[in-house]
Ligand binder design. Structure first.
Ligand SMILES: *Cc1c(COP(=O)(O)O)cnc(C)c1O
Length: 228
């Protein structure tokens, strides 16, 4: 059994350390706890140590947890997984945020299907920064046009970019990929004052991500232990 409270404390102190070392503002980097494949009880445990932002990748599994944990009023659910177009209605209405918006069709469906009575769905555009055939996401060249289209959609609020670079060992190489995302983010911010989120960094590359301007790191393994 993981000591999630200890794990959360460790990650929080790493985040603080990297914010300091890389001259970022204190508390500018938020922590998302990625709870995919982990049971409700562990989420409750992590919530009890003060964590509020949770990320999920698999819709069916996520919806069951969201339903069961409704009593945790200020919990925030972020969808970070691949999106099939026949699943957009549930994603649009059960989550507070979607980080993995990767094509125009998905954007339009989320906007059309988000319940009008709810506040706009927060979205990040996923950018395929290493141009990997196996990964989804917009190319760097497509982002500006996609962003302008989201800005015209009343039920979506564009918050920023999400990226999952190729796993790399060396800090310097990890930083190179994140830096490209940051440059794109800097340009994007000129389009709207609501754009404030650069979702990048996972258990293995938090330092590089924070060095390059991440404002939200998505951490699973380092909090909940490995998934099998
Ligand atoms: C699983 C996942 C994470 C968390 O990865 P860890 O290496 O376990 O920290 C972060 N982001 C996305 C998009 C994921 O699918």
């Amino acid at each position: 059994m993981q000591n999630t409270e200890e794990n959360i404390k460790n990650i929080q102190s790493k985040i603080e350390l990297y914010e300091k070392n890389y001259h970022r503002l204190p508390h500018c980097v938020k922590l998302m706890a990625v709870s995919k494949k982990k049971p409700q009880e562990l989420i409750e445990q992590v919530y009890a140590s003060g964590q509020r932002i949770f990320g999920e990748s698999y819709l069916q599994e996520a919806m069951q947890k969201i339903e069961a944990l409704q009593y945790l009023e200020d919990i925030q659910w972020h969808f970070i997984g691949p999106i099939q177009s026949n699943k957009t209605r549930d994603i649009a209405n059960h989550f507070n945020w979607v980080h993995s918006v990767d094509r125009l069709k998905i954007m339009k469906r989320l906007n059309d299907q988000r319940d009008n009575s709810k506040e706009p769905l927060n979205v990040c555009l996923q950018v395929n920064i290493d141009n990997e055939a196996s990964k989804s996401g917009f190319t760097v060249e497509e982002i500006d046009d996609a962003a302008r289209q989201v800005l015209d959609m009343p039920n979506l609020k564009l918050r920023g970019l999400m990226a999952i670079p190729k796993p790399r060992k060396e800090l310097i190489e990890q930083r190179r990929a994140f830096k490209k995302v940051q440059q794109l983010f800097t340009q994007l911010k000129m389009l709207s004052g609501d754009i404030d989120t650069l979702s990048m960094g996972m258990s293995g590359d938090i330092e590089a991500a924070i060095a390059e301007g991440s404002t939200m790191v998505r951490v699973g393994t380092a909090i909940f232990g490995s998934r099998e």
